[in-house]
Design a protein around this ligand. Structure first.
Ligand SMILES: C[S@@+](CC[C@H](N)C(=O)[O-])C[C@H]1O[C@@H](n2cnc3c(N)ncnc32)[C@H](O)[C@@H]1O
Length: 371
């Protein structure tokens, strides 16, 4: 499905005609981490020379086409007043089709930068997010769509408008290929989960539940359709493992037999790391942000741990106050961040300066500016 609008350019035209930014190194020449104060599209064009196919993880939190202006220490205001522009963090005035094309152009470059094992997470709100999903389907492929994550961002507020409140935004997650880095993050069971999911307790006081020993399908491989202890798997099903393994499990007390002779496998709570994270996340943004629309550091750490490894390269070209960069630094990933706002860059640098500088995690970066 292709989305059409008037000012849509050809992908080849975008890649070819975007001018390269002229970047001046201010300090830190040669460091692996880079902080770039520039318009991201022309900076990405130049980064393609060295980083094409080398980025493991992209997180971006672009403007959301709100037609507003964001000030340091303030919520969104509707216009930029010329009297006090020093505290303007950034303006978000590209709207409608122009916004979609603005984002599409950047997503085209981001795909070029991603490695074959790379992933992208795009943070967006529910007013524009559905259109952005179509653009991402087009660029990354519908089959590379992984999740539309609902993120609970704040506590309920008293909106005056005649509608339900809004406490969520979305994170669209795509990969470049099917061989993405995926560390399958687990979250701890709550006390309620433990009681609900592991109802039984054995003679040693261990909590457990049981699951069937068979799965759908006739023979999957080997002897999994054979009779074991005089029992055949039910019609249309096979044993989950070879009867010899079932014998071993039974010997070790891992199989529970019901009164009418049905065997089931015991799954112990203390053998489990936790449960799979689902696609509704609660990561509230900082209560006292240093930068408007600053995101939760825990959210970024969670994403980075899920979709990159230590030493990998994390990229954010709408870096704002640098939440992604700080999270990457703290988790021993390399990082590149771009933002065109001087106010944003000032805050990123302050945050980086405040990080502990240890032997194993040195805070070093090259700082470049567009001239
Ligand atoms: C929503 S904020 C990002 C906030 C960030 N996630 C954080 O946690 O602080 C979006 C940022 O994108 C930057 N931005 C917007 N258009 C840009 C462009 N063309 N090039 C570089 N940065 C841009 C703005 O200056 C702003 O800081």
């Amino acid at each position: 499905m292709i989305i059409y609008y008037d000012n849509k350019k050809q992908k080849e035209e975008i890649l070819k005609n975007t001018p390269e930014a002229k970047l001046k190194i201010i300090f830190g020449r040669g460091s692996r981490n880079k902080l770039i104060c520039a318009d991201n599209i022309s900076a990405m064009k130049i980064l393609l020379n060295d980083y094409s196919g080398r980025v493991d993880l992209v997180y971006i939190d672009p403007p959301f086409a709100t037609n507003g202006c964001f000030r340091i220490g303030n919520e969104r205001t509707s216009t930029i007043s010329s009297s006090n522009d020093d505290d303007v963090a950034y303006s978000d005035t590209i709207v409608g089709d122009d916004f979609l094309e603005f984002l599409r152009e950047r997503l085209i470059f981001l795909r070029e930068l991603l490695s074959e094992r790379g992933s992208i997470y795009l943070h967006i709100d529910c007013k524009i997010g559905h259109y952005v999903k179509l653009i991402m389907d087009e660029i990354f492929g519908r089959d590379m769509f992984k999740n539309d994550i609902t993120r609970i961002k704040c506590n309920p507020k008293n909106f005056n408008r005649k509608a339900f409140g809004n406490i969520k935004d979305s994170i669209l997650f795509y990969s470049k290929s099917n061989s993405l880095i995926w560390n399958n993050p687990q979250i701890s069971f709550s006390e309620d989960d433990k009681m609900r999911l592991f109802k039984k307790i054995d003679s040693d006081g261990r909590r457990y539940t049981t699951v069937p020993l068979h799965a759908p399908g006739e023979t999957i491989k080997g002897n999994t359709n054979k009779t074991w202890k005089g029992i055949k798997p039910p019609k249309g099903r096979h044993w989950r493992t070879d009867p010899d393994n079932l014998e071993e499990l039974d010997k070790h007390g891992i199989i529970e037999w019901s009164e009418n002779g049905i065997p089931r496998k015991k799954i112990f709570l203390d053998n489990k790391d936790g449960k799979k994270m689902q696609d509704i996340w609660e990561f509230k943004d900082p209560q006292y942000p240093q930068y408007p629309t600053e995101k939760s550091l825990d959210l970024l750490k969670f994403i980075i741990k899920a979709s990159s490894n230590e030493g990998g390269l994390v990229f954010d070209c709408f870096a704002g106050s640098g939440t992604t960069l700080i999270a990457a630094q703290e988790l021993n990933r390399n990082w590149i961040g771009i933002d065109k706002s001087e106010q944003a860059i000032k805050i990123v640098r302050k945050k980086l300066d405040n990080l502990p500088n240890t032997l194993f995690n040195k805070v070093e970066y090259e700082f470049l500016k567009q001239i």
